[in-house]
Structure formats: structure tokens, C-alpha cells
Design a protein around this ligand. Structure first.
Ligand SMILES: Cc1cc2nc3c(=O)[nH]c(=O)nc-3n(C[C@H](O)[C@H](O)[C@H](O)COP(=O)(O)OP(=O)(O)OC[C@H]3O[C@@H](n4cnc5c(N)ncnc54)[C@H](O)[C@@H]3O)c2cc1C
Length: 626
């Protein structure tokens, strides 16, 4: 339920949100449509935008997540146009919740994280509780149980401060559920403790809901209580709570909760030997899910399909990675890392200023080009911190950067001489490099490796490899262990000749490098493959044979700070590969970057941007302190 501005109370829009809160979804939808149409007729963009939010929430409650996402995106755009931060946060909440429900938890997290600052600025405890609740639930879902529970504890704290009974019920319920999810694989003693804590939290939710006479919240708490009791193996009592919750959710038309209650019932019936009843509950739950959740956002037919969906970080199922490490695949993740680095440095500086120990331990897992470049870049950045007041820290001694690599050397896919040169440059930057160390667990304060070593860590970056999105493995194409679509040299899928894949999401043969070799996931490859596909599509239309992809490796450059880089150049002119390093390599790196920008944005924009940066370089801070 959105925490709507006071002046909507008593209006059709206010009524729509009240009906949503009472889970009278069909009624809420009608009222919101009326409010929306009236607002449009009166040119009231604000009311129309909030009414659109009510419709997004109604869709969510009806488990029509695709439609809810579409509406929430529209509300976000309206909030921006209206410059309405509260509406913007509410839209992000609806959007994040929708993405979470369709299984895209990463997007859910990033959508909500982007709005955190705005929510804090608004200062509304109920809103903060809602934002932290969705964040916590998402974190818990992706396996970050500790972080999830901690975030939900914060949500519960904000809810208590707000005094809003619905917020208290929802946060207590989510916290209990997250505690319960975190203990599933724990040893029996820990699990019994956690289940008791979870039950206590959910009973708190139920008590508050009963006191407030809040039927939807009572149903949600009863459903969660059933799930905890079922986990304890008490099928009879668990069934009782699930059946109670089912009655209430059916009465209120809350499809989502109805689905959960049905699944709980089915589990109990199966264990109690009532297989027909279990099957019937599951069929009903499936019908709710299949009819609603799987509706696509947009359906586009094709004759030829090109998949170029890139890749994401691969955690290789190492415990603790999701909860305790940061990736830097996207600008949002890089921003998050930047904020956390700065916060850790400020804290360490303050500790040291007060006469204590002030050290920041940064561990980068994976010494591919990304990990190595990041190590050098962080060293560069932290050197500049002193200029901005963090002058108690000695950047070289107090900001410790450790790179851990499982292979026998850094930069495994690149020639060995580059690795040797890069190792020397990293050592010169006081970056400690550990090769042959396979990370087996990441905790909240350390990284542990298979050899039994433990590296203390305040900040951990995971840069240990990539995989293609997991859904690629579920659409009937042949994929490898990294979910990449297996393609022929024509870039056609080995299963369906109408489907092509390129870039990081494709496993394309590289015969020049061996029988089973595939081309590396690099920008050069994606670029060359995209050029080839232009010819391919023309050839297909003309009914001609398709060209084959042959990767031409022009070499690699790895940046190592402001004044250095190392790499190889390859080409027919120089008859093989040439090692370049130092300022020349750095200059080449910068030129390559500019060429890349020109390819994307054109010469004029890049020239203007370069001049602008040159002029502002002398006055702008080198490090962003916000
Ligand atoms: C931090 C970092 C630094 C790098 N540095 C270098 C470097 O210096 N040199 C180098 O050669 N390579 C580098 N790479 C690797 C390089 O970026 C990739 O190899 C290259 O971008 C792959 O191109 P692509 O088109 O396959 O995928 P991408 O460039 O990732 O493009 C895929 C696109 O598909 C979109 N997408 C994903 N899923 C969906 C979906 N379901 N529906 C619709 N759209 C979707 C994504 O949003 C994205 O825009 C780096 C990568 C990272 C993360």
C-alpha cells in the first residue's frame, strides 16, 4: 500500500488506496480507473500518476507481474516529469517488487538501491520500512541471508518508529520468513533456534494484525506461520494454519497469498498421504502462477533471431559470494563499490585520527583484466583521498589491496610475459598478489581459500569470471556450463539454424586455438561478430552460403593506473605479437578508449566531451566524495 500524500484522503484516489490496503483488489482497480480518467479530464497530472501507481499495485496483488512492471515503469517516468520524489520511490518499490516476483532479483535490488538516498531524504519511516523490506527480502532470496536478515531488522526498526501497524506486521512477517529461510541447511540445533526466532517474529506480526483487525495481514502471518511449522515437520498443525490463511486470502481475492497457501496445503497433504488433495492444491496454485506470472511483457515474432544478451558475473556457487561481495559489471554496481570504499576509508581515517588502528582491507577475487585493472585504479584513487581530508591514512600502508587468483598466474587468458610485467607493476603499486589460491568461502569479514588461508576483508570485489544469463539454458538450445549458446562458426545455434548468438552469450569455436577452444568473451570478439552478422543476414536474404567467423586477435591492453599499461599488439605488419608497456601502452589504451567512444557516440560528441573534460579537469575533484 502506497503511503499516499495526505491531501488525497477522502478523494476517489484515496479510496482506491484504502481498498488496495484492504485487499479489495477488483474494487480498488475500478476506483483507480475512475480517478485516473477524472484526473486526465481535469488535466491533473499528479492524481493521474498516483492512480497509475494504484493500478500497478492492483496488478501486483493479482499476480499480474508483467503488467505491474509495465505500469510501474510508466509511473517512474511520470514521477520524474512531475519531480515528485515520493511517487518516484513508490514506483521503484512497485517495480522492484515486480522484478523480484518474476525472478529478476538483481534488477529488483538495483532499482530499489537507486532510490535509497531519496527515501532517506524524505525521512518517512513507513516508506523507509517498505524500501528496506523489499531490499531485505530480495537479498535473502538470492542467498544473502545474513545481509537479508540485517536489512529486514532495519526495516522492522523503521516500521516500529513509524507506528504503522501494517508496516510492523509486514516487516515482522518478512523478517521471520527470512530467518526461517536462512536456517534451512543449518545443523539441527542452529535450525531449531532459528525456527523458534522465526516463529516468535511471525507471531508478533500476527498479534499486531489481530489487534488492528487487519485481515490481509492476519492471512499473511498465518500463512508464514504455517510454513515455519511445516518446516518443523508438524504437518497437521501446519495444515491448519495454511487452511486458515487460504480461507482469508480467497475471501479478499489476494491471488498471490492464495497461491502460497495452496502450496503449503499441498506439502502437508502429501506428507499426510492425501495425494489427491495435494495434487488438486498444486494444480490450483499452478493455474494462478501460469495464468498470471508468466505473461510476457512484449511478444515479438521472428524469422531470424540474434541473441546478444551478454553475460553476468559467475559466482561458481561459492558460499557467501552473493551476500558479501560486490560485482562491478554495471555503472550502478561500480557506484555502489565507490560509495562503500569511501565509507570504509572515512571510518578508518576517523579511527586512526582518534589514535586507533585505521586499516581498510580490500580483496579482489579474480585476476583477469577486470580484477587487475581495478586493483591499480583503486590504488590511484586512494592516493588522492588525502587531498580531500582523509589525511590520517597512509594510502599505501593503510589501504591494503589484495588480489586472489585460482590459476597459477594472473591474467590467465593472456600471454605469460604480459602477466609477468603486470605482476611487477602491481607489486610496484603495493598490491599483494596471491596466485594458486581458490576461494572457497566469503564471510562478512574475510575470504577463505582451499589451502586454508584466511584473508581479512572490509570490501570484497568478485571479478572471477562470467556466465551467460541462466534463462538461455532453458529455451531448448544447446548451452555449455557457462550457459553460453553453443554455435557453429556461422554463429548459428547448433540446435536451431534460425537462431544466432554472438558476444559473451555465445560459445563460438576457435579452431586456430585447438579443437575444443572457444573465442574469449571480449569486446573485440563481440564487435567482429556483429560485423559478420550484418553480412550473414544479407547472405541469408539472398539465399547464399553463410560466412564463417574467424577471430582476429589484435592484442590486449591492461591499464595499470594513470601512467602505465601493459599488453600485446598483434598483427600481420609486426609478424606476431609485440609486448608494449609503460607510457606508450597507456597512451594506446587511452586512444583505444577514445576509438570505442567514437564508435558509439560519433566524432563530434566525443571531441566536445574530450575538450570539456580537458577544461574542467583542472577544477573538478579527482575523486567523487558523495
Ligand atoms: C567492468 C568490465 C570491463 C571490461 N573491459 C573490457 C576490456 O577492456 N576489453 C574487452 O575486450 N572487454 C572488456 N569487457 C568485456 C566486454 O564488455 C564484453 O566482452 C562485451 O561487452 C560483450 O559484448 P556483448 O554484446 O556480448 O554483451 P554486452 O555488451 O553485455 O551487451 C548485452 C546487452 O544485452 C542486454 N540484455 C541482457 N539481457 C537481456 C534481455 N533478457 N533482454 C534484452 N536485453 C538484454 C544487456 O542489458 C546489454 O545491454 C569488460 C567487461 C566488464 C564488465
Amino acid at each position: 500500500m502506497a503511503r499516499i500524500p495526505q491531501h488525497f484522503a477522502g478523494t476517489p484516489l484515496g479510496n482506491a488506496f484504502e481498498q488496495l490496503s484492504a485487499r479489495r483488489i477488483a474494487q480498488a482497480r475500478d476506483t483507480a480507473v475512475t480517478a485516473h480518467d477524472l484526473a486526465l479530464a481535469c488535466d491533473d497530472a499528479e492524481v493521474a500518476a498516483w492512480a497509475a501507481l494504484a493500478l500497478a499495485q492492483a496488478d501486483y496483488q493479482d499476480a499480474a507481474f508483467a503488467s505491474s512492471i509495465r505500469r510501474a515503469l510508466d509511473v517512474q517516468a511520470r514521477a520524474e516529469a512531475l519531480d515528485d520524489p515520493r511517487l518516484g520511490v513508490e514506483a521503484a518499490l512497485a517495480l522492484g517488487s515486480g522484478f523480484w516476483r518474476i525472478g529478476d532479483t538483481e534488477t529488483a535490488l538495483s532499482v530499489i538501491e537507486k532510490e535509497l538516498d531519496k527515501a532517506f531524504r524524505l525521512g518517512d519511516r513507513e516508506l523507509l520500512a517498505a524500501v528496506h523490506r523489499v531490499l531485505g527480502v530480495s537479498l535473502s532470496e538470492i542467498g544473502g541471508h545474513v545481509a537479508g536478515v540485517q536489512t529486514l531488522e532495519r526495516a522492522f526498526g523503521f516500521a516500529l518508529e513509524s507506528g504503522a501497524s501494517r508496516a510492523i506486521c509486514e516487516c515482522a512477517n518478512s523478517l521471520g520468513t527470512a530467518i526461517f529461510a536462512s536456517c534451512r541447511t543449518a545443523d539441527p540445533e542452529t535450525k531449531a533456534d532459528a525456527l523458534a526466532n522465526a516463529e516468535a517474529m511471525i507471531r508478533t506480526s500476527l498479534d499486531v494484525a489481530n489487534e488492528a483487525g487487519d485481515l490481509p495481514a492476519i492471512a499473511a502471518a498465518e500463512s508464514s506461520l504455517g510454513a515455519v511449522i511445516i518446516e518443523r515437520g508438524d504437518w497437521v498443525e501446519g495444515r491448519l494454519w495454511a487452511a486458515r490463511a487460504l480461507d482469508k486470502t480467497r475471501a479478499s481475492g489476494d491471488l498471490l497469498s492464495e497461491g502460497y497457501a495452496l502450496v503449503s496445503l499441498a506439502v502437508c497433504d502429501r506428507e499426510l498421504g492425501a495425494l489427491d488433495a495435494a495434487l488438486s492444491s498444486l494444480e490450483q496454485a499452478y493455474a494462478i502462477g501460469a495464468a498470471q506470472a508468466a505473461k510476457p511483457l512484449l511478444r515479438v515474432g521472428y524469422d531470424t533471431l540474434v541473441l546478444g544478451v551478454g553475460s553476468e558475473s559467475n559466482d561458481f556457487n561459492v558460499p557467501g559470494v552473493a551476500a558479501h561481495t560486490i560485482n562491478i559489471d554495471t555503472p550502478q554496481q561500480a557506484e555502489r563499490f565507490h560509495r562503500r570504499l569511501l565509507a570504509a576509508s572515512v571510518r578508518a581515517d576517523a579511527r586512526k585520527g582518534a589514535g586507533g588502528e585505521g586499516v581498510v582491507e580490500i580483496v579482489i577475487i579474480g585476476a583477469g583484466a577486470t580484477g587487475v585493472e581495478l586493483a591499480a585504479e583503486i590504488r590511484q584513487t586512494t592516493r588522492t583521498h588525502a587531498t580531500y581530508g582523509l589525511d590520517h591514512l597512509d594510502p599505501r600502508r593503510d589501504i591494503r589491496i589484495t588480489v586472489i587468483e585460482a590459476a597459477g598466474r594472473i591474467l590467465p587468458p593472456l600471454p605469460e610475459r604480459i602477466a609477468i610485467a603486470a605482476t611487477q607493476l602491481l607489486e610496484a603499486l603495493s598490491v599483494s598478489v596471491h596466485v594458486g589460491e581458490r576461494v572457497v568461502e566469503v564471510t562478512d569479514d574475510a575470504v577463505e581459500t582451499a589451502s586454508g588461508r584466511r584473508f581479512p576483508a572490509d570490501l570484497v570485489v568478485w571479478a572471477a569470471g562470467i556466465r551467460a544469463p541462466s534463462w538461455l539454458a532453458r529455451i531448448g538450445l544447446a548451452t555449455n556450463r557457462a550457459n553460453q549458446v553453443v554455435v557453429h562458426q556461422t554463429l548459428q545455434s547448433t540446435v536451431d539454424p534460425d537462431v544466432f548468438a554472438l558476444g559473451d552469450c555465445a560459445a563460438c569455436p576457435w579452431p586456430a586455438h585447438g579443437e575444443n577452444a572457444i573465442v574469449p568473451p571480449r569486446a573485440q570478439v563481440a564487435y567482429q561478430q556483429s560485423s559478420l552478422l550484418v553480412k550473414t543476414v544479407r547472405a541469408r536474404l539472398a539465399g547464399k552460403p553463410l560466412p564463417l567467423f574467424r577471430f582476429r586477435d589484435y592484442g590486449s591492453l591492461v591499464s595499470l593506473g594513470e601512467h602505465s599499461a601493459v599488453g600485446t599488439l598483434m598483427g600481420r605488419l609486426i609478424g606476431g605479437s609485440l609486448l608494449v608497456q609503460g607510457l606508450i601502452a597507456r597512451w594506446m589504451y587511452a586512444s583505444l578508449y577514445k576509438m570505442h567512444q567514437i564508435a558509439l557516440h560519433g566524432v563530434v560528441r566525443v571531441a566536445l566531451d574530450t575538450i570539456g573534460r580537458f577544461l574542467s579537469g583542472g577544477v573538478e575533484p579527482r575523486v567523487k566524495l558523495h
